[in-house]
Write a protein that binds this ligand. Structure first.
Ligand code: PPS
Length: 568
């Protein structure tokens, strides 16, 4: 560490004049439209947040990072920062070619010289970086089901920062934060990384951590991509702003970090430490199960609760940033204050509300006590998370053609409209194919596109407080899961498997399609000549043989009631 802690760190941006020139020249370059995750990565590459990286990893560096957590030059770097693209895009590139990297509106952010172009071993990456090739891990799921098949590597030349229209004054590059610390005369700074709203316990623990380290405090929340299902960053930032007032003036600051998290536990903790070091921070709070992704497909935790702390401790000297233990704070009723759980004597009344319990109380509109959170924070959360019975949701029927999806979906729609309260939209397979997907056929690619479109419309309806009822075949489990993820950001996703057997559907053959499929006159027919992944864990499975439609729809209504989505 030869640099003084708060000297500027290298960025990848060129000067303003060169950027203007490059922008014009780049009009002739092949363009890659960056995904939301790549935009986050690029921003931190360009502004030095990912120092010492100078671009997206080359194949050699990638392999080295995956296997050893180090770049080929020996620098510690635990996370592969790769530019994943489609096979078609990669196939058109030559070694050494410059490409333009653009945001989703086509604004050029950078150019990149593509030195490397390779097909990674994703299973190996999953095992080594995320600990298991298990798609229950959000980053492994992303790797296999969202990321492109080919990686490009090479140095990046920064032209301009991605544009953010929200909370501009709260966003700082590493050098801006360093300058701020210099100006304020802060020499020791404890950073707190978070992707959740802060409540009283967090306020206590962060302030204590800073006091113990005799340091100032930086609340450094992630506003890029976090774990699917997290509270949106707009709400969280409003909550953080409310909490900031609770710290003694000029001890604490907040800055937003446009990081795309991977939820990689131990490796992620080390990565977070390196990023904070680049932002001029000297101490970093690492808690139990830091950046944990939740349970694996066997229902067990991906990482041990202290794996992240252990790995961080092992590397902290090399990183030049010190770990501060996260104290688990609980409320002691007799003394009406928060205290570290491990310092409390027997016999006192300890109060605690878990994250799950908080979500339940919000979902059901129940009281959230003042000892737990600040009224201003609770008010924000209630605005975003109204009780479940007032939120939007999606009922997603899936099953073979002729299984009865549309009939049950129609009956359900009418019953929900009779109840009133929320607008109801039916996105039936046939209706969608006529209005939204008329150009599509039944190849896997087209079916996926069709279902993603339905998912998109349903997610918008759900986000805006309506009820979407979808009734496509939706034969592929991975696509259904992707749609679930899109929708669960905004409300409940209730998957209903209409479990009519293929034999029964063929026997009914209402539209005469099975006959044509058997005769080979319709190709790729689901259940006959095309696969159907039976849902493994649907919220509900309905049998239609010997059960009338009204009863099937009623079963769905009962399910919605039991989930608190409608009130009887
Ligand atoms: S998918 O797979 O979810 O995109 O299918 P979906 O949009 O629900 O469309 C299914 C309806 O299209 C008719 N049809 C076929 N189904 C399956 N396989 C093939 N090859 C096919 N060709 C046409 C069929 O009428 C389906 O309607 P439903 O309402 O399911 O019976």
């Amino acid at each position: 560490m030869s640099q003084t802690p708060l000297a500027p760190i290298p960025e990848l941006y060129v000067s303003y004049d060169s950027a203007q020139k490059l922008k014009l020249e780049a009009a002739d370059l092949v363009s890659w439209d960056l995904t939301p995750r790549q935009i986050c990565d690029l921003e931190l590459l360009m502004n030095g947040g990912f120092n010492p990286l100078k671009g997206f990893l080359t194949e050699e560096d990638y392999n080295s990072v995956v296997e050893t957590m180090r770049l080929t030059d020996g620098s510690l770097w635990p996370m592969p920062i790769t530019l994943d693209v489609s096979e078609e895009f990669a196939a058109g590139l030559e070694a050494g070619q410059d490409i333009a990297l653009r945001d989703q509106e086509g604004v050029i952010l950078a150019t990149m010289t593509v030195t490397d172009n390779w097909v990674p071993n994703k299973a190996r990456e999953a095992e080594k970086v995320f600990g298991a090739d298990d798609s229950a891990h959000p980053a492994v799921n992303y790797l296999h089901n969202q990321a492109g098949k080919v990686y490009l590597g090479g140095p990046v030349t920064g032209i301009q920062q991605p544009v953010h229209y929200d909370f501009r004054a709260r966003r700082d590059t590493p050098n801006e934060l360093r300058a701020y610390f210099r100006k304020m005369g802060w020499r020791k700074i404890v950073a707190f990384q978070t992707r959740n709203p802060l409540h009283r316990a967090h306020q206590e623990l962060t302030f204590r951590a800073a006091k113990e380290a005799q340091a100032n405090l930086l609340i450094h929340p992630v506003v890029g991509l976090t774990k699917p299902g997290d509270i949106d960053h707009f709400t969280r930032v409003r909550c953080y702003e409310a909490v900031l007032d609770q710290y003694p003036a000029s001890t604490t600051s907040m800055s937003l970090l446009n990081l795309a998290m991977r939820m990689a536990g131990p490796r992620e903790a080390v990565w977070h430490g390196l990023i904070r070091k680049n932002h001029g921070v000297t101490h970093f709070i690492v808690g139990r199960d830091h950046a944990g992704p939740g349970k694996n497909s066997a229902g067990e935790d991906f990482y041990g609760p202290y794996d992240a702390q252990d790995l961080f401790r092992e590397h902290q000297e090399e990183m030049g940033i010190e770990m501060v233990d996260f104290k688990h704070m609980v409320y002691v009723q007799e003394r009406a204050q928060y205290e570290p759980a491990d310092e409390i004597e027997e016999g006192v009344t300890v109060l605690n509300i878990s994250g799950t319990e908080l979500r339940r109380r919000l979902a059901e509109g129940l009281e959230i006590p003042e000892w737990f959170s600040f009224p201003s924070v609770v008010k924000e959360l209630r605005r975003t998370r109204p009780p479940r019975a007032k939120q939007g949701f999606t009922v997603f029927f899936t099953g073979f053609s002729g299984s009865g999806k549309s009939t049950i979906a129609n009956a359900l729609m009418v019953k929900l409209m009779e109840m009133g309260g929320r607008p109801v939209t039916l996105l039936d397979g046939d209706i969608v194919r006529k209005n939204l997907s008329s150009e599509l056929g039944f190849s896997k690619e087209h079916r996926d596109l069709n279902i993603r479109r339905i998912g998109y419309v349903a997610s918008e309806i759900t986000k805006n407080g309506g009820i979407a009822i979808c009734a496509p075949i939706a034969p592929y489990a991975t696509t259904r899961r992707a749609v679930r993820e899109d929708i669960e950001q905004f409300g409940a996703f209730v998957e209903v498997h209409v479990a009519t057997s293929i034999e029964e559907c063929e026997r009914r053959d209402r539209k005469g399609l099975y006959k044509l499929a058997r005769e080979g006159k319709i190709k790729e027919f689901t259940g006959i000549s095309d696969p159907y992944d039976v849902p493994e864990n649907p919220e509900l499975s309905v049998e239609t043989e010997n059960v009338d439609v009204d009863n099937c729809a009623h079963q769905v209504i009962l399910k919605l009631e039991s989930l608190g989505l409608i009130k009887a």
